[in-house]
Design a protein around this ligand. Structure first.
Ligand code: CP
Length: 308
């Protein structure tokens, strides 16, 4: 089985079977991390360009590690030292990168829809590494892999996603991903951070975090995306953390062995208490580790299985 599209632009467009294929491929590739020499020749001769117009620690580094572990050549594009600083447009920049015929372009941009626009302009496979508040598919796939490893299934799991839902591409991709895989998804946050009609995506919305986490198997806390807000959406950080920070008292309402997730970067004691972030139920660093395997799987399925 192969991915239908040449690109990975979002979870919304993937079938359940395609998600399973990516997760199974990642599980097979995971073994490479425990080898002495963490490198296989699978993508030798292929080129991956990382085109990041927004800051990133986890996504950019893990796409680069993933490409290198598969022996692809990797190029990191830095917007600040590019000809964008000489007023070149994004479209002309993208066309120029595409004209160098890389096999895969991994792109992050603060404007939703940029990866899709790029995908129509270039022959290369385009991977969305986060576009505005729209989607962050590789993050949702690594989150799904982490839950699969911890719980062994998705069907019937209760997944609570808490925080800045409206501005979060991670929330949107995970709502699509977990509901496609048969989990029950609840989202919770202040009314100003819950987009209207969010329940049309197949989740249930709450303004009270306590109601959202009752009997939850998975709790995913989100960062407040200040950079996407044009005005203050809550009275103060202190007020936000009083109502929405994941504390041991709120965690007690979830299932006993609930898995605690966060895509990072985390604001300690704002959205999640340090005690929980560093505690026995937290899988935050396992998510990061799984990010490499999932991104290897994405690059392999897009570049390794295409002939051009
Ligand atoms: N989770 C995530 O996208 O982290 P970075 O912004 O560090 O890539």
């Amino acid at each position: 089985m192969r991915l239908v599209s040449k690109d990975l632009l979002g979870i919304e467009k993937l079938t359940r079977e395609e998600i399973e294929l990516i997760l199974e491929t990642a599980q097979k590739l995971h073994e490479i991390h425990s080898r002495d020499i963490k490198k296989v020749p699978t993508l030798r001769g292929k080129t991956v360009v990382n085109l990041f117009f927004e800051g990133s620690t986890r996504t950019r580094t893990s796409f680069e590690i993933a490409a290198k572990r598969l022996s692809a050549d990797t190029i990191n594009f830095s917007a600040s030292s590019s000809s964008l600083s000489k007023s070149e447009t994004l479209i002309d920049t993208a066309r120029s990168i595409g004209a160098m015929l890389p096999d895969v372009i991994v792109v992050r941009h603060n404007q939703a829809g940029t990866p899709e626009m790029l995908s129509r302009m270039v022959k290369s496979s385009v991977v969305n590494a986060g576009d505005g508040a729209h989607e962050h598919p590789s993050q949702a796939l690594l989150d799904l892999l982490t839950v699969k490893e911890k719980k062994g299934r998705f069907e019937g799991l209760k997944v609570a996603i808490v925080g800045d839902i409206a501005a979060s591409r991670v929330a949107r991709s995970n709502i699509y991903g977990f509901t496609k895989m048969g989990a029950e998804v609840r989202v919770a946050g202040p009314p100003t951070m819950l987009p209207p009609h969010i329940e049309q995506l197949g989740c249930k919305a709450y303004t009270n975090v306590r109601e959202a986490v009752v009997d939850a198997d998975v709790i995913m806390m989100l960062r407040i995306q200040m950079e996407r807000h044009s005005k203050l959406l809550f009275p103060s950080i202190r007020e936000y953390s009083r109502l929405y920070c994941l504390t041991p008292e709120i965690l007690d309402l979830a299932k006993e062995n609930a898995v605690i997730m966060h895509p990072g970067p985390i604001n300690r004691d704002v959205e999640i208490s340090s005690e929980i972030a560093d505690g026995p139920y937290s899988v935050i660093l396992e998510q990061v580790t799984n990010g490499v395997a999932v991104r290897m799987a994405i690059l392999y399925l897009l570049a390794g299985q295409r002939s051009n």
